[in-house]
Design a protein around this ligand. Structure first.
Ligand SMILES: Nc1ncnc2c1ncn2[C@@H]1O[C@H](COP(=O)(O)OP(=O)(O)OP(=O)(O)O)[C@@H](O)[C@H]1O
Length: 296
């Protein structure tokens, strides 16, 4: 049985807004990245899993619990970071952490302290005076403090600086090794690339793809930047059967998907100044996927 399962989930807000027929499963020990441009439907999907929006019976299941009925149990059990952290403003970070520990019936705050130290948080200030990043760290402590088997993280690194983002990547990879199951929405390609086994892409409320991260890596194209010695060669080379990304003066960018042999053989005929390679990032692959018209 999958740890998290969503079956044909819909939430229609009207005007083509909402989520439509969303289905995916996450297996034990898997880190599943949930990606999509702003307004695609990530948070709406996630909120159904936590029972903040009540799904129809039997459409959202976490560890055998039904997200339409077993809401209190799910909220206690799961480690959750909401997309917009809204903490009680008039208490300190530590008071909030203790409040959540009590709600979960926890006595030992060791794990919360570990997260606090790890992310260099001073939890003793009032939440209303904390920066976005500090509030996010309180959210991390609350999500991880009861050592949950399932974590649902809606943009967990939003507001964190690059050093803290790296610490977060390390934490997720440790939890993955310990067999935890994690659903994580993100706009950060690098953290997805470094942590996730699979990536689901949602666009305009519809799931457009679910792929292994390795498979996505393999679809990477390589761009070769060729600098020709003279412009006549460029004019001649333009007629060769390659895909060109850009041609400017004596510099030509060629897109190669598979073998480079054909390009090398062809280039023997020309006078070159240099040949450089640019590796496509996962981000570029996604932009290609989104059609380049979305702000991811
Ligand atoms: N309560 C609501 N009433 C009406 N429309 C809503 C409501 N909540 C969300 N929407 C709309 O549903 C769509 C999906 O929103 P959602 O917050 O799930 O997107 P998201 O993928 O999490 O975006 P982001 O990356 O910006 O956080 C958006 O068009 C949003 O405006």
């Amino acid at each position: 049985m999958s740890v998290i399962e969503i079956k044909n989930l819909n939430k229609d807000y009207g005007n083509n807004k909402g989520i439509f027929d969303i289905s995916f499963k996450i297996e034990k020990g898997e880190v599943f990245g949930f990606l999509g441009p702003n307004g695609a439907g990530k948070t709406t999907t996630i909120r159904h899993l936590l029972g903040f929006i009540i799904p129809p019976i039997d459409t959202c299941i976490i560890e055998g619990l039904d997200c339409s009925k077993d809401i209190a149990e799910i909220q206690k059990k799961i480690g959750y970071i909401p997309g917009e952290i809204n903490l009680m403003e008039n208490i300190t970070g530590m008071q909030f952490i203790k409040f959540m520990a009590e709600y979960r019936g926890m006595k030992d705050l060791g794990r919360a302290e570990e997260i606090i130290n790890r992310f260099d948080l001073n939890p003793h200030g009032k939440i209303k005076k904390m920066s976005k990043g500090m509030k996010q760290k309180v959210g991390l402590a609350v999500a991880f403090m009861h050592d949950p088997d399932v974590l649902i993280l809606d943009e967990p690194t939003s507001g964190l600086d690059p050093l803290m983002q790296n610490k977060f990547v390390d934490l997720i990879n440790e939890e993955k090794k310990r067999g935890k199951t994690i659903l994580m929405s993100s706009h950060m390609f690098e953290e997805v690339e470094k942590t996730c086994n699979r990536v689901g892409i949602i666009r305009q409320g519809k799931m457009v793809s679910i792929d292994d991260i390795d498979a996505l890596q393999n679809t990477k194209q390589k761009i070769y930047i060729i600098t020709f010695k003279n412009i006549e060669d460029v004019h001649k080379f333009k007629n060769e059967q390659f895909s060109f990304r850009k041609i400017k003066d004596n510099v030509v960018e060629v897109i190669i998907k598979n073998e480079i042999n054909e390009l090398i053989r062809c280039l023997e005929k020309y006078n070159l100044i240099s040949l450089d390679i640019v590796h496509q990032s996962l981000e570029e692959i996604f932009m290609q996927f989104y059609g380049g018209d979305c702000n991811v």
